[in-house]
Design a protein around this ligand. Structure first.
Ligand SMILES: [Zn+2]
Length: 206
């Protein structure tokens, strides 16, 4: 993976925060997003700031040792971002937020069925639900890292998380995940694609 220019990465991550906020994928200060700069460093959103108001200079630089490089207080959830970067050298960005329809599914105790349409299969794969743990806790970090290979996951009674090789890929997965959750709530018990078609689509992403 190529290193990312820091000024460019700050602009990209700020734009991603604004898009997530404007698309109602997160509200108020909820959620946290990060982008990897190089094998050992990443930028992450600051603690407690409304995602519609984040500016490039507000983003916090950290290394994979958990040190803040420069000023500012990173999101309380920086440890699962850091853990995902460590577990997956190809992961270039992590997006965690609290989208309404994903949350509606988890509070109803339902898992997401991501095989209702081809896009769900292609972009999301199998989507696990991470058990509930207190936000900011080491237990939540452990729960997320048990599913570290998943490109997209729901977090019980909390929200959703996606990762990708680029920020666009992680963002697109979050938008698709929320679309699939909304579709599932509208579609009720509609059947998924036939197993043979799901297998055919899965071969296309390998
Ligand atoms: Zn959260």
């Amino acid at each position: 993976m190529n290193d990312l220019n820091e000024a460019y990465a700050r602009e990209q991550l700020t734009a991603c925060c604004r898009r997530l906020y404007e698309r109602h994928l997160t509200v108020s200060a909820g959620g946290n997003m990060s982008v990897r700069l190089n094998p050992d460093e990443f930028l992450i959103t600051p603690s407690g700031m409304n995602k519609g108001l984040v500016r490039p200079g507000d983003l916090i630089k950290m290394n994979l040792g958990g040190e803040v490089l420069g000023a500012g207080k990173p999101s309380i959830e920086h440890r699962f971002h850091l853990g995902l970067y460590k577990a997956n050298p190809d992961t270039g960005a992590v997006v965690h937020c609290h989208p309404l329809y994903c949350l509606a599914l988890t509070v109803r105790g339902e898992h997401i069925r991501s095989c209702l349409t081809p896009e769900g299969v292609l972009l999301l794969g199998e989507v696990p639900t991470v058990r509930y743990e207190t936000p900011g806790s080491l237990e939540l970090v452990d729960a997320v890292l048990e599913q570290s290979a998943a490109p997209a996951m729901l977090m019980a009674q909390h929200g959703a998380l996606t990762q990708g090789r680029t920020l666009d890929e992680a963002y697109n997965r979050m938008e698709e995940l929320e679309f699939q959750a909304h579709l599932q709530l509208l579609a009720g018990k509609a059947p998924e694609l036939p197993p043979a078609e799901i297998a055919k689509l899965r071969k296309m992403v390998k």
